[in-house]
Design a protein around this ligand. Structure first.
Ligand code: XUL
Ligand code: CO
Length: 437
Protein backbone atom coordinates (compact mmCIF):
# COMPACT_ATOMS: atom_id res chain seq x y z
CA UNK A 1 0.00 0.00 0.00
CA UNK A 2 1.32 3.45 -0.82
CA UNK A 3 2.07 5.83 2.01
CA UNK A 4 2.19 8.99 0.02
CA UNK A 5 -1.04 10.86 0.68
CA UNK A 6 -1.69 10.21 4.37
CA UNK A 7 1.88 9.71 5.64
CA UNK A 8 0.96 10.60 9.22
CA UNK A 9 -1.75 7.99 9.42
CA UNK A 10 -1.03 4.32 10.01
CA UNK A 11 -3.18 1.43 8.91
CA UNK A 12 -6.21 1.46 11.19
CA UNK A 13 -6.16 -1.64 13.40
CA UNK A 14 -8.65 -3.22 15.75
CA UNK A 15 -7.50 -2.48 19.30
CA UNK A 16 -10.66 -3.45 21.16
CA UNK A 17 -13.13 -1.52 23.33
CA UNK A 18 -10.46 -0.61 25.90
CA UNK A 19 -8.35 1.33 23.41
CA UNK A 20 -8.12 5.10 23.75
CA UNK A 21 -6.51 5.53 20.34
CA UNK A 22 -8.89 7.56 18.14
CA UNK A 23 -7.26 6.07 15.05
CA UNK A 24 -8.15 2.50 15.96
CA UNK A 25 -11.26 0.36 15.74
CA UNK A 26 -12.84 -0.42 19.08
CA UNK A 27 -15.44 -2.84 17.71
CA UNK A 28 -14.94 -3.43 14.00
CA UNK A 29 -12.69 -6.41 13.54
CA UNK A 30 -12.72 -7.47 9.89
CA UNK A 31 -12.04 -11.17 10.41
CA UNK A 32 -14.09 -11.67 13.57
CA UNK A 33 -16.88 -14.17 13.06
CA UNK A 34 -20.43 -13.21 13.98
CA UNK A 35 -22.98 -15.96 13.37
CA UNK A 36 -20.59 -17.95 11.20
CA UNK A 37 -19.63 -15.05 8.93
CA UNK A 38 -16.73 -12.60 9.10
CA UNK A 39 -17.67 -9.02 9.94
CA UNK A 40 -16.24 -7.68 6.69
CA UNK A 41 -18.55 -10.01 4.74
CA UNK A 42 -21.60 -8.97 6.73
CA UNK A 43 -21.05 -5.30 5.91
CA UNK A 44 -19.24 -5.09 2.57
CA UNK A 45 -18.34 -1.50 3.49
CA UNK A 46 -17.88 0.91 0.63
CA UNK A 47 -16.40 4.38 0.39
CA UNK A 48 -18.47 6.94 -1.57
CA UNK A 49 -15.95 8.53 -3.91
CA UNK A 50 -18.09 11.64 -4.39
CA UNK A 51 -18.01 12.55 -0.73
CA UNK A 52 -14.68 11.26 0.46
CA UNK A 53 -12.66 12.42 -2.52
CA UNK A 54 -14.73 15.20 -4.02
CA UNK A 55 -16.91 16.90 -1.47
CA UNK A 56 -15.50 20.35 -0.69
CA UNK A 57 -17.69 20.50 2.46
CA UNK A 58 -19.68 23.55 1.41
CA UNK A 59 -23.04 24.29 2.98
CA UNK A 60 -25.84 26.56 1.70
CA UNK A 61 -24.21 29.51 3.44
CA UNK A 62 -20.56 29.14 2.61
CA UNK A 63 -18.04 27.58 0.25
CA UNK A 64 -16.04 24.44 0.89
CA UNK A 65 -13.49 24.21 3.67
CA UNK A 66 -11.94 20.80 2.93
CA UNK A 67 -8.14 20.61 2.91
CA UNK A 68 -7.07 17.93 0.44
CA UNK A 69 -3.34 18.52 -0.15
CA UNK A 70 -3.08 15.93 -2.95
CA UNK A 71 -5.70 17.73 -5.03
CA UNK A 72 -4.54 20.68 -7.16
CA UNK A 73 -8.11 21.93 -7.48
CA UNK A 74 -8.13 21.69 -11.28
CA UNK A 75 -10.40 19.67 -13.52
CA UNK A 76 -7.48 17.99 -15.27
CA UNK A 77 -7.37 14.28 -16.00
CA UNK A 78 -3.95 14.12 -14.32
CA UNK A 79 -5.41 15.48 -11.12
CA UNK A 80 -8.25 12.95 -11.39
CA UNK A 81 -5.75 10.12 -11.83
CA UNK A 82 -3.68 11.20 -8.85
CA UNK A 83 -6.83 11.36 -6.74
CA UNK A 84 -7.45 7.68 -7.50
CA UNK A 85 -4.28 6.75 -5.63
CA UNK A 86 -5.21 8.96 -2.68
CA UNK A 87 -8.61 7.22 -2.58
CA UNK A 88 -7.13 3.74 -2.62
CA UNK A 89 -4.52 4.59 0.00
CA UNK A 90 -7.32 5.94 2.18
CA UNK A 91 -9.52 2.86 1.71
CA UNK A 92 -6.58 0.52 2.22
CA UNK A 93 -5.67 2.20 5.50
CA UNK A 94 -9.29 2.01 6.70
CA UNK A 95 -9.66 -1.59 5.56
CA UNK A 96 -12.64 -0.69 3.36
CA UNK A 97 -13.14 -3.36 0.72
CA UNK A 98 -15.37 -1.55 -1.81
CA UNK A 99 -16.05 1.84 -3.35
CA UNK A 100 -18.84 3.50 -5.33
CA UNK A 101 -18.58 6.33 -7.83
CA UNK A 102 -20.43 8.62 -10.21
CA UNK A 103 -18.80 8.97 -13.63
CA UNK A 104 -18.24 12.69 -13.08
CA UNK A 105 -16.67 12.31 -9.62
CA UNK A 106 -13.86 10.17 -10.89
CA UNK A 107 -13.28 11.93 -14.22
CA UNK A 108 -13.99 15.46 -15.43
CA UNK A 109 -16.79 16.21 -17.88
CA UNK A 110 -15.36 17.29 -21.25
CA UNK A 111 -16.69 19.73 -23.83
CA UNK A 112 -18.41 16.90 -25.72
CA UNK A 113 -19.68 13.44 -24.84
CA UNK A 114 -16.74 11.93 -26.75
CA UNK A 115 -14.31 13.95 -24.65
CA UNK A 116 -16.08 13.03 -21.41
CA UNK A 117 -15.97 9.36 -22.38
CA UNK A 118 -12.26 9.57 -23.16
CA UNK A 119 -11.61 11.21 -19.78
CA UNK A 120 -13.58 8.46 -18.07
CA UNK A 121 -11.66 5.75 -19.91
CA UNK A 122 -8.35 7.33 -18.89
CA UNK A 123 -9.32 7.40 -15.22
CA UNK A 124 -10.87 3.91 -15.45
CA UNK A 125 -7.44 2.63 -16.52
CA UNK A 126 -6.08 4.06 -13.29
CA UNK A 127 -8.95 2.67 -11.21
CA UNK A 128 -8.38 -0.75 -12.72
CA UNK A 129 -4.67 -0.61 -11.82
CA UNK A 130 -5.46 0.50 -8.28
CA UNK A 131 -8.10 -2.23 -7.89
CA UNK A 132 -5.64 -4.88 -9.06
CA UNK A 133 -2.92 -3.61 -6.75
CA UNK A 134 -5.07 -3.39 -3.63
CA UNK A 135 -7.84 -5.95 -4.11
CA UNK A 136 -10.40 -3.20 -3.40
CA UNK A 137 -13.52 -3.74 -5.53
CA UNK A 138 -16.28 -1.69 -7.07
CA UNK A 139 -19.60 -2.13 -5.23
CA UNK A 140 -21.53 -0.03 -7.72
CA UNK A 141 -21.15 2.70 -10.27
CA UNK A 142 -23.56 5.40 -11.32
CA UNK A 143 -23.85 8.42 -13.59
CA UNK A 144 -24.22 12.00 -12.44
CA UNK A 145 -27.38 13.10 -14.23
CA UNK A 146 -28.05 16.14 -12.09
CA UNK A 147 -25.06 18.50 -11.95
CA UNK A 148 -24.66 19.64 -15.55
CA UNK A 149 -26.86 22.52 -16.68
CA UNK A 150 -28.46 20.40 -19.42
CA UNK A 151 -30.15 18.35 -16.67
CA UNK A 152 -31.70 21.38 -15.01
CA UNK A 153 -35.20 19.94 -15.61
CA UNK A 154 -34.29 16.31 -15.17
CA UNK A 155 -32.59 13.65 -17.27
CA UNK A 156 -34.91 10.73 -18.16
CA UNK A 157 -37.83 12.94 -17.10
CA UNK A 158 -36.63 16.07 -18.87
CA UNK A 159 -39.29 17.54 -21.15
CA UNK A 160 -36.57 17.67 -23.84
CA UNK A 161 -35.95 14.48 -25.83
CA UNK A 162 -32.38 15.49 -26.66
CA UNK A 163 -31.63 15.67 -22.95
CA UNK A 164 -33.16 12.19 -22.50
CA UNK A 165 -30.88 10.98 -25.29
CA UNK A 166 -27.83 12.60 -23.68
CA UNK A 167 -28.63 10.96 -20.37
CA UNK A 168 -29.04 7.60 -22.10
CA UNK A 169 -25.66 7.96 -23.80
CA UNK A 170 -24.06 8.93 -20.50
CA UNK A 171 -25.59 5.98 -18.63
CA UNK A 172 -24.60 3.62 -21.45
CA UNK A 173 -20.99 4.61 -20.93
CA UNK A 174 -21.23 4.51 -17.12
CA UNK A 175 -22.62 0.96 -17.27
CA UNK A 176 -19.83 -0.07 -19.64
CA UNK A 177 -17.17 1.32 -17.29
CA UNK A 178 -18.86 -0.26 -14.26
CA UNK A 179 -18.89 -3.57 -16.13
CA UNK A 180 -15.25 -3.22 -17.13
CA UNK A 181 -14.25 -2.55 -13.51
CA UNK A 182 -16.11 -5.63 -12.27
CA UNK A 183 -18.79 -3.56 -10.52
CA UNK A 184 -21.26 -5.67 -8.56
CA UNK A 185 -24.07 -3.24 -9.15
CA UNK A 186 -25.24 -0.04 -10.78
CA UNK A 187 -27.42 2.57 -9.07
CA UNK A 188 -30.02 4.93 -10.47
CA UNK A 189 -30.68 7.86 -8.19
CA UNK A 190 -33.10 10.28 -9.79
CA UNK A 191 -31.21 13.44 -8.97
CA UNK A 192 -33.72 15.69 -10.71
CA UNK A 193 -36.25 13.08 -11.82
CA UNK A 194 -39.19 14.91 -10.37
CA UNK A 195 -40.71 18.34 -10.68
CA UNK A 196 -40.28 21.83 -9.33
CA UNK A 197 -43.88 22.80 -10.09
CA UNK A 198 -46.89 20.88 -11.41
CA UNK A 199 -48.07 23.90 -13.47
CA UNK A 200 -45.61 22.96 -16.20
CA UNK A 201 -45.41 19.20 -15.67
CA UNK A 202 -47.02 16.26 -17.47
CA UNK A 203 -46.48 13.84 -14.60
CA UNK A 204 -47.79 10.75 -16.41
CA UNK A 205 -45.59 11.33 -19.42
CA UNK A 206 -42.50 11.92 -17.29
CA UNK A 207 -43.08 8.71 -15.32
CA UNK A 208 -43.51 6.75 -18.56
CA UNK A 209 -40.27 8.23 -19.86
CA UNK A 210 -38.42 7.23 -16.71
CA UNK A 211 -39.70 3.66 -17.12
CA UNK A 212 -38.66 3.61 -20.79
CA UNK A 213 -35.21 4.79 -19.77
CA UNK A 214 -34.82 2.02 -17.21
CA UNK A 215 -36.05 -0.61 -19.69
CA UNK A 216 -33.44 0.59 -22.17
CA UNK A 217 -30.79 0.26 -19.45
CA UNK A 218 -31.97 -3.30 -18.68
CA UNK A 219 -31.84 -4.20 -22.39
CA UNK A 220 -28.36 -2.76 -22.74
CA UNK A 221 -27.11 -4.48 -19.60
CA UNK A 222 -28.20 -7.82 -21.07
CA UNK A 223 -26.69 -6.99 -24.42
CA UNK A 224 -23.21 -6.41 -23.00
CA UNK A 225 -23.46 -9.23 -20.47
CA UNK A 226 -23.27 -7.03 -17.37
CA UNK A 227 -24.52 -9.20 -14.52
CA UNK A 228 -24.33 -6.64 -11.74
CA UNK A 229 -27.51 -5.76 -9.85
CA UNK A 230 -29.41 -2.60 -10.82
CA UNK A 231 -30.69 -0.46 -7.94
CA UNK A 232 -33.03 2.48 -7.68
CA UNK A 233 -32.44 4.83 -4.74
CA UNK A 234 -35.47 6.50 -3.17
CA UNK A 235 -35.40 10.14 -2.06
CA UNK A 236 -38.48 12.37 -1.76
CA UNK A 237 -37.03 15.79 -2.55
CA UNK A 238 -33.84 17.77 -2.89
CA UNK A 239 -33.00 19.05 -5.37
CA UNK A 240 -36.51 18.70 -6.86
CA UNK A 241 -39.61 19.73 -4.95
CA UNK A 242 -40.93 16.21 -5.45
CA UNK A 243 -38.98 13.25 -6.79
CA UNK A 244 -40.81 10.34 -8.39
CA UNK A 245 -38.67 7.81 -6.54
CA UNK A 246 -39.86 9.36 -3.28
CA UNK A 247 -39.71 6.38 -0.93
CA UNK A 248 -39.46 2.59 -0.92
CA UNK A 249 -43.22 2.12 -1.40
CA UNK A 250 -43.37 4.59 -4.29
CA UNK A 251 -40.39 2.92 -5.97
CA UNK A 252 -41.94 -0.52 -5.55
CA UNK A 253 -45.19 0.65 -7.07
CA UNK A 254 -43.32 2.23 -9.97
CA UNK A 255 -41.26 -0.91 -10.60
CA UNK A 256 -44.36 -3.12 -10.48
CA UNK A 257 -46.44 -0.86 -12.69
CA UNK A 258 -43.77 -0.75 -15.36
CA UNK A 259 -42.65 -4.38 -15.32
CA UNK A 260 -39.27 -3.54 -13.82
CA UNK A 261 -39.46 -5.34 -10.50
CA UNK A 262 -37.41 -8.32 -11.65
CA UNK A 263 -34.63 -6.02 -12.79
CA UNK A 264 -34.11 -3.46 -10.03
CA UNK A 265 -33.73 -3.64 -6.28
CA UNK A 266 -33.63 -0.73 -3.87
CA UNK A 267 -30.60 1.08 -2.52
CA UNK A 268 -31.92 2.65 0.68
CA UNK A 269 -30.36 5.69 2.32
CA UNK A 270 -31.06 6.69 5.91
CA UNK A 271 -31.08 10.43 5.34
CA UNK A 272 -33.52 9.99 2.46
CA UNK A 273 -35.84 7.99 4.73
CA UNK A 274 -35.72 10.90 7.19
CA UNK A 275 -36.61 13.39 4.44
CA UNK A 276 -39.51 11.12 3.44
CA UNK A 277 -40.82 11.22 7.00
CA UNK A 278 -39.99 7.57 7.62
CA UNK A 279 -37.58 5.71 9.82
CA UNK A 280 -34.86 3.77 8.03
CA UNK A 281 -36.31 0.62 9.56
CA UNK A 282 -39.64 1.40 7.90
CA UNK A 283 -37.97 1.75 4.52
CA UNK A 284 -36.05 -1.48 5.04
CA UNK A 285 -39.15 -3.41 6.13
CA UNK A 286 -41.07 -2.17 3.06
CA UNK A 287 -38.22 -3.25 0.79
CA UNK A 288 -37.89 -6.60 2.57
CA UNK A 289 -41.61 -7.26 2.26
CA UNK A 290 -41.40 -6.52 -1.46
CA UNK A 291 -38.31 -8.71 -1.89
CA UNK A 292 -36.27 -5.79 -3.21
CA UNK A 293 -33.85 -4.91 -0.41
CA UNK A 294 -30.59 -4.60 -2.29
CA UNK A 295 -28.07 -2.23 -0.77
CA UNK A 296 -27.74 0.55 1.78
CA UNK A 297 -26.32 4.06 1.66
CA UNK A 298 -25.20 4.22 5.26
CA UNK A 299 -25.50 7.71 6.68
CA UNK A 300 -27.79 9.72 8.88
CA UNK A 301 -29.46 13.12 8.86
CA UNK A 302 -29.65 15.86 11.42
CA UNK A 303 -33.21 16.07 12.66
CA UNK A 304 -32.75 19.75 13.51
CA UNK A 305 -31.52 20.77 10.07
CA UNK A 306 -33.92 20.53 7.17
CA UNK A 307 -31.64 19.35 4.37
CA UNK A 308 -29.80 16.18 3.42
CA UNK A 309 -26.84 16.52 5.77
CA UNK A 310 -25.29 13.15 4.87
CA UNK A 311 -23.64 12.56 8.23
CA UNK A 312 -21.75 9.48 9.26
CA UNK A 313 -23.90 7.05 11.23
CA UNK A 314 -22.98 6.85 14.91
CA UNK A 315 -26.32 5.94 16.46
CA UNK A 316 -26.28 2.37 17.77
CA UNK A 317 -30.07 2.12 17.70
CA UNK A 318 -30.00 2.94 13.99
CA UNK A 319 -27.22 0.50 13.12
CA UNK A 320 -28.93 -2.21 15.18
CA UNK A 321 -32.17 -1.74 13.26
CA UNK A 322 -30.39 -1.78 9.90
CA UNK A 323 -28.40 -4.91 10.73
CA UNK A 324 -31.48 -6.65 12.11
CA UNK A 325 -33.14 -6.20 8.71
CA UNK A 326 -29.98 -7.25 6.86
CA UNK A 327 -29.66 -10.41 8.98
CA UNK A 328 -33.34 -11.22 8.54
CA UNK A 329 -32.79 -10.94 4.80
CA UNK A 330 -29.98 -13.49 5.08
CA UNK A 331 -27.25 -10.92 4.45
CA UNK A 332 -26.20 -8.81 1.48
CA UNK A 333 -25.53 -10.53 -1.82
CA UNK A 334 -24.46 -7.91 -4.37
CA UNK A 335 -25.12 -4.97 -2.03
CA UNK A 336 -23.31 -3.57 0.97
CA UNK A 337 -23.03 -0.56 3.25
CA UNK A 338 -21.88 2.44 1.26
CA UNK A 339 -20.92 5.41 3.41
CA UNK A 340 -22.78 8.06 1.44
CA UNK A 341 -21.64 10.55 4.06
CA UNK A 342 -19.25 13.43 4.58
CA UNK A 343 -17.57 15.01 7.58
CA UNK A 344 -19.01 18.30 8.83
CA UNK A 345 -17.85 21.57 7.26
CA UNK A 346 -16.05 22.22 10.54
CA UNK A 347 -14.11 18.95 10.18
CA UNK A 348 -11.96 19.97 7.25
CA UNK A 349 -8.67 18.11 7.79
CA UNK A 350 -7.79 14.85 6.00
CA UNK A 351 -7.62 13.00 9.31
CA UNK A 352 -11.31 13.76 9.83
CA UNK A 353 -12.08 11.43 6.93
CA UNK A 354 -10.53 8.65 9.01
CA UNK A 355 -12.38 9.56 12.20
CA UNK A 356 -15.64 9.62 10.25
CA UNK A 357 -15.24 6.22 8.60
CA UNK A 358 -13.84 4.59 11.75
CA UNK A 359 -16.87 5.82 13.68
CA UNK A 360 -19.29 4.50 11.08
CA UNK A 361 -17.61 1.11 10.91
CA UNK A 362 -17.49 0.79 14.70
CA UNK A 363 -21.14 1.81 15.01
CA UNK A 364 -22.11 -0.89 12.52
CA UNK A 365 -19.94 -3.47 14.26
CA UNK A 366 -21.86 -2.83 17.46
CA UNK A 367 -25.17 -2.83 15.60
CA UNK A 368 -24.34 -6.19 14.03
CA UNK A 369 -23.36 -7.81 17.32
CA UNK A 370 -26.48 -6.46 19.02
CA UNK A 371 -28.78 -7.51 16.18
CA UNK A 372 -27.21 -10.95 16.10
CA UNK A 373 -27.66 -11.31 19.87
CA UNK A 374 -31.30 -10.23 19.63
CA UNK A 375 -31.97 -12.85 16.95
CA UNK A 376 -30.05 -15.55 18.85
CA UNK A 377 -32.02 -14.74 21.99
CA UNK A 378 -35.20 -15.23 19.99
CA UNK A 379 -37.67 -13.48 22.32
CA UNK A 380 -38.35 -10.60 19.95
CA UNK A 381 -39.11 -12.79 16.95
CA UNK A 382 -41.07 -15.23 19.12
CA UNK A 383 -43.24 -12.36 20.35
CA UNK A 384 -43.86 -11.21 16.81
CA UNK A 385 -44.71 -14.74 15.70
CA UNK A 386 -47.06 -15.37 18.63
CA UNK A 387 -48.82 -12.09 17.99
CA UNK A 388 -50.14 -13.45 14.69
CA UNK A 389 -50.73 -17.04 15.84
CA UNK A 390 -54.51 -16.74 15.48
CA UNK A 391 -53.87 -16.93 11.74
CA UNK A 392 -52.01 -20.24 12.07
CA UNK A 393 -55.14 -22.37 12.43
CA UNK A 394 -58.93 -22.20 12.43
CA UNK A 395 -60.61 -19.15 10.94
CA UNK A 396 -57.29 -17.26 10.65
CA UNK A 397 -55.76 -19.97 8.48
CA UNK A 398 -58.89 -19.94 6.32
CA UNK A 399 -58.55 -16.15 5.89
CA UNK A 400 -54.92 -16.42 4.84
CA UNK A 401 -55.50 -19.30 2.45
CA UNK A 402 -58.35 -17.45 0.77
CA UNK A 403 -60.90 -20.15 1.62
CA UNK A 404 -63.04 -17.92 3.85
CA UNK A 405 -65.18 -15.05 2.53
CA UNK A 406 -67.41 -12.40 4.14
CA UNK A 407 -70.36 -14.77 4.68
CA UNK A 408 -68.28 -17.35 6.51
CA UNK A 409 -66.70 -14.61 8.63
CA UNK A 410 -70.10 -13.20 9.51
CA UNK A 411 -71.25 -16.68 10.58
CA UNK A 412 -68.04 -17.01 12.63
CA UNK A 413 -68.73 -13.75 14.46
CA UNK A 414 -72.35 -14.66 15.11
CA UNK A 415 -71.33 -18.00 16.60
CA UNK A 416 -68.54 -16.62 18.79
CA UNK A 417 -68.06 -14.17 21.64
CA UNK A 418 -66.47 -10.69 21.30
CA UNK A 419 -62.85 -11.03 20.01
CA UNK A 420 -60.08 -11.02 22.58
CA UNK A 421 -56.97 -8.90 21.92
CA UNK A 422 -53.72 -8.76 23.85
CA UNK A 423 -51.35 -5.93 24.69
CA UNK A 424 -48.85 -4.96 21.98
CA UNK A 425 -46.24 -4.71 24.78
CA UNK A 426 -44.31 -1.92 23.05
CA UNK A 427 -42.61 -0.79 26.26
CA UNK A 428 -41.66 -4.32 27.24
CA UNK A 429 -40.10 -4.87 23.82
CA UNK A 430 -38.26 -1.54 23.93
CA UNK A 431 -36.85 -2.63 27.27
CA UNK A 432 -35.90 -5.96 25.76
CA UNK A 433 -33.94 -4.21 22.96
CA UNK A 434 -32.18 -2.09 25.60
CA UNK A 435 -31.04 -5.26 27.34
CA UNK A 436 -28.80 -5.78 24.35
CA UNK A 437 -27.71 -2.18 23.65
C1 XUL B 1 -27.89 11.97 -3.22
C2 XUL B 1 -27.40 10.59 -3.16
C3 XUL B 1 -26.57 10.15 -4.31
C4 XUL B 1 -26.74 8.73 -4.69
C5 XUL B 1 -25.96 8.33 -5.90
O1 XUL B 1 -28.64 12.36 -2.15
O2 XUL B 1 -27.65 9.89 -2.22
O3 XUL B 1 -25.25 10.44 -4.00
O4 XUL B 1 -26.41 7.87 -3.66
O5 XUL B 1 -26.23 9.13 -6.99
CO1 CO C 1 -27.12 7.94 -1.72
Amino acid sequence: MSDEFFPEIPKIEHEGPGSRNPLAFKHYNAGEMVGGKAMRDHFRFACAYWHTMRNPLADPFGPGTAERPWDDGTDSVDNAKKRVWAAFEFMGKCGIDYYCFHDRDVAPEGATLAESNANLDAVADELEKAQNETGIKLLWGTACLFAHKRYNQGAATSPYADVFAYAAAQVKKAIEVTHRLGGQGYTFWGGREGYATLWNTDLKRELDHLARFLHMAVDYKKKIGFEGQFYIEPKPREPSTHQYDSDAAACLNFLREHGLKDHLKLNLETNHATLAGHSMMHEMEVALAGGVLGSVDANTGDELIGWDTDQFPTNIYLTTQIMLCVLRMGGFTTGGLNFDAKPRRESFEPVDLFHAHIGGMDAFARGLKIAHAILEDGRLDQFRKDRYSSYDSGIGARIESGEAGFEELEAHVLANAEPVTRSGRQEMLENLINEFI
